[in-house]
Design a binder for this molecule. Structure first.
Ligand code: FAD
Length: 491
């Protein structure tokens, strides 16, 4: 730690996962870091709540790439398992189709290929070939698209990156995910299985480039995990680490303005108090950062006006009863996947037959639900909030979801719902300041989406950085954590 570093003070706006991770990284570097969070709790989307004896993770439920969390403890010279433990899943997800087909997504790629061959008209070889291609896309793209700033020349000036640039023709950017998947697989069940990965960053498989077929590799190769204390344990463990490193958290402290002068950041204003800082990291959605916190700056409209990722409608149900056929992650597919996505992306509405994601953490953590019960997190993909009549859409979706689950599980669900809470795009927007309630910032539907996402810095204001799902490299816990890493490279 240099004397110069100790004098420097950093303000982080927002205690989302990327804000906390950036705070940890800069505290490790010896900087004085304070986090100002509008809510009374940390974690942003990655939070939890308890209702009548049922505990629910409110937002993310699928944990991948745990190495990016572990890395933060190691940087601080700590043993990750002293703070945070997780278990690798053998069964990543169970898939249910209307014709009665049930498919288990095994973590082991060989077993997955056998399972698909057994339950669809596709062969194990086609699955193996597909996963090989998925790996190839990862190998070519991850150094550039995920781990570095796309907006600094230095990122491109090394052998590894230049070699990747030369192989860009192989990343399948010129057809959609669905087109690529239709060329690999005959059976609509297999296509739906692989098309669904577009939703991992809130995109549409009928528009997004096939480059996103990198995602199955991330899940198959690196695995899916369950944190011992539930997803919220990620937030609590990182906040504990940050506090041990001297990071100060100020809750119920909404930042109202970022102060700058002569192209250099000076601090922030919280209520009427001016907080001086030599660097400011905004973990607030970049759309709101520009529109609410930065006065007198030219807005990068082209970037801010990009299409947002999809949002979600979630029913948190305390279910009186248990279901042996269900696992931690379960998917109930719609029959007409293209129609479902057309409803979301073209009509900005919800199809009458939505694909349902059902997460039950009490399958792994019994204390999350009373004995003989289960905590159901029932989510469907919905459009970003553009002022739709959500109350009617929610009422209709609720009815359709109950009908579909009852039909596919052959058990009447409605009388089993003992507890109900609902989260919709309006609340996601207001609780975390995420523009239009999008889950993952901007969508990845366009071929150039990765290049159009806002950088982690701004040339007009020295010392101001951007972390989180709305900026490079994108949304989801692993990428939000990578945004912190990219900012760290600037210090
Ligand atoms: P956010 O979580 O958006 O937090 C930003 C924080 O900044 C908030 O706490 C907010 O209050 C605060 N803030 C904003 N403005 C101000 C201000 N002016 N002053 C002070 N504080 C401010 N990802 C996965 O990896 N796996 C999943 O399974 C998954 N599922 C999801 C399901 C749902 C329902 C949702 C909502 C998201 C899901 N995601 C998932 C996405 C993931 O949650 C996000 O990408 C990630 O948590 C974003 O983190 P972030 O750091 O960008 O900040």
């Amino acid at each position: 730690m240099t004397a110069d570093h100790r004098e420097k003070t950093v303000v982080v706006i927002g205690a989302g996962i990327a804000g906390i991770a950036t705070a940890i990284r800069l505290a490790v570097k010896g900087l004085n870091v304070s986090v100002y969070e509008a809510n009374s709790y940390p974690g942003g989307k990655l939070t939890e709540f308890v209702s009548s004896g049922f505990r629910f993770d409110a937002g993310p439920s699928l944990f991948t790439m745990p190495q990016y969390v572990d890395e933060l403890f190691r940087l601080a010279g700590k043993q990750p398992s002293d703070y945070f433990r997780y278990k690798k899943l053998d069964t990543v997800c169970r898939y249910f189709y209307e014709d009665g087909t049930r498919l288990t997504a095994w973590a082991d790629p060989e077993k997955l290929a056998d399972e698909i061959a057994l339950n669809t008209r596709d062969t194990r070889e086609s699955v193996t070939r597909f996963l090989k291609k998925s790996r190839e896309i990862y190998d070519i793209t991850h150094h550039i698209f995920l781990e570095k700033s796309l907006h600094r020349l230095g990122s491109y000036l090394n052998r590894q990156t230049l070699q990747s640039v030369l192989r860009f023709g192989q990343i399948d950017a010129f057809r959609t995910m669905n087109q690529a998947n239709a060329s690999h697989f005959h059976d609509s069940k297999t296509r739906r299985f692989f098309n669904r990965y577009a939703t991992y960053n809130g995109s549409n498989p009928y528009q997004a480039p096939a480059t996103l077929n990198i995602i199955p590799h991330l899940e198959q190769h690196f695995g899916a995990y369950f944190p011992e204390g539930g997803m919220h344990a990620i937030t609590s463990a990182l906040v504990r680490l940050a506090e041990e490193l001297g990071v100060e958290f100020h809750y119920q402290s909404r930042v109202d303005e970022i102060l700058y002068n002569h192209g250099e950041v000076k601090g922030v204003r919280v209520n009427e108090a001016m907080i001086p800082a030599s660097s400011v990291i905004s973990n607030m959605d970049v759309w709101f950062t520009y529109r609410k916190l930065l006065k007198g700056i030219q807005l990068p409209e082209r970037i801010l006006n990009q299409e947002r990722s999809s949002s979600a409608l979630i029913f948190y149900w305390g279910i009186k009863g248990t279901f042996k056929e269900l696992d931690l992650h379960n998917i109930f597919f719609s029959e007409d996947y293209e129609k479902e996505f057309s409803a979301i992306w073209k009509k900005k509405s919800i199809d009458i037959d939505p694909t349902i994601y059902l997460n039950i953490s009490s399958k792994f953590r019994e204390e999350d639900a009373p004995k003989g019960s289960e905590n159901w997190f029932v989510m469907i993909n919905v459009p970003a909030n553009e002022g739709q009549d959500w109350d009617s859409l929610i009422a209709e979706a609720r009815m359709n979801i109950i009908k579909k689950l009852s039909r596919m599980l052959k058990r009447d669900i409605a009388p089993l719902i003992a507890v109900e809470e609902i989260l919709d795009p309006r609340q996601i927007e207001s609780r975390t300041s995420s523009y239009q309630g999008s889950l993952y910032g901007t969508s990845s539907n366009g071929r150039f989406a990765a290049f159009l996402r806002h950088p982690n810095f701004i040339r007009a204001i020295k010392g101001l950085y951007f972390a989180g799902g709305s900026v490079h490299p994108g949304g989801g816990i692993p990428l939000a954590l990578l945004s912190a890493k990219i900012i760290d490279d600037n210090f």
